[in-house]
Design a protein around this ligand. Structure first.
Ligand code: SER
Length: 318
């Protein structure tokens, strides 16, 4: 039976993944580990909640022992734009935090899920249908930390037999917890602005294509990879997972089908634009499809419809 710890449980992925895992395995089996002393009631009331800082090894070890944890979803990380503002902190949290988790997983024999990112790609990487195995020369500190993370995960598997698995997420679109400090965040912000002000000023240019995914698919990828038959996994870490690719112009058009008054303008942030330009337009995820049966449920139009329906309820808009 699984006893799961989610590190980063109050973040964009963690706040929803924790609830999905609780639904699947039982609330008492899934410990939400977050840095906030006052997490949402949903997280804290429905199951165990602990303060978990990936830089505090002793506190993490205490949680692992207390709940006999055997599986860790390690989601705590700084995103790309924040990482450019504070590269040393990004290294500390994203790399040292991961090493701490891997060392504890080795000591207490836990399986680990590690989310990597489209950020691991950069100059020289083919931009369309980016292959699973290809050139990886990231130009952001975020990308450097995620690529280092992929290598560390491979190393702990090869050297110590630790069961570490991970995917390369595209930009994630969700309606529960907003992302913070990412380059792909425009694709979430635009929905809130479209519904509340019917206008949005985008920080990326209208034709910037990026790989994107709706949160239900991101949760499904994490859970299905961790449940996959280990003997089928050849790559184990850094699986490309893809669902849709679009530009700000295309996303705007799709949202305008529901909110025709939406007006978009462009005020380009040169740092974020440079980051986006260094990332793939779309990834080839055939390794994930072959090795553990990955398949997304949402395309662009299905995602937009669901986002608008859910956000209307959340924001109490008729
Ligand atoms: N969504 C992330 C970011 O924009 C990429 O993984 O930083």
């Amino acid at each position: 039976m699984k006893n799961i710890l989610v590190i980063g449980a109050t973040g964009q992925i963690g706040s929803e993944l924790t609830l999905s895992l609780r639904e699947r395995y039982g609330a008492a089996k899934v410990v939400a580990g977050g840095h906030r002393r006052t997490p949402s009631l949903e997280l804290a009331d429905a199951g165990p909640y602990e303060i978990a800082n990936c830089l505090d090894i002793q506190a993490l070890a205490d949680i692992i022992k207390k709940y006999r944890i055997d599986t860790i979803y390690h989601l705590a990380a700084l995103l790309s734009a924040t990482g450019e503002k504070n590269p040393k902190l990004a290294w500390e949290v994203n790399v040292q935090g991961l090493i701490n988790v891997l060392d504890l997983a080795k000591e207490y024999q836990c399986a680990v899920f590690f989310p990597s990112s489209i950020g691991v790609f950069g100059a020289g990487t083919p931009k369309d249908k980016t292959p699973q195995d290809t050139i990886q020369r990231p130009s952001t500190m975020y990308g450097i930390t995620k690529l280092t993370g992929e290598l560390l995960c491979d190393y702990y598997y090869q050297r110590y037999g630790l069961d570490v698995r991970g995917v390369r997420y595209p930009g994630l679109i969700s309606n529960v917890t907003p992302p913070g400090g990412g380059t792909t965040d425009y694709a979430v912000e635009i929905f809130y602005e479209a519904l509340t002000h019917q206008k949005y000023s985008c920080f990326l240019s209208e034709d910037t294509y990026l790989d994107m995914m709706y949160m239900p698919d991101a949760l499904k990828a994490a859970i299905e990879l961790m449940e996959a038959d280990s003997s089928r996994l050849i790559h184990r870490n850094g699986y490309n997972v893809s669902a849709m690719s679009f530009s700000p112009k295309e996303l705007t058009k799709e949202i305008q089908k529901w909110i025709p008054e939406l007006q978009i303008s462009y005020e380009i942030d040169p740092i974020k634009q440079a980051i986006a330009d260094s990332w793939p337009n779309s990834m080839d995820d055939s390794a994930a499809r072959t090795e553990w049966g990955w398949q997304p449920d949402y395309n662009l139009s299905e995602m937009v419809k669901d986002m608008i329906e859910k956000l209307k309820i959340k924001l109490d808009i008729k």
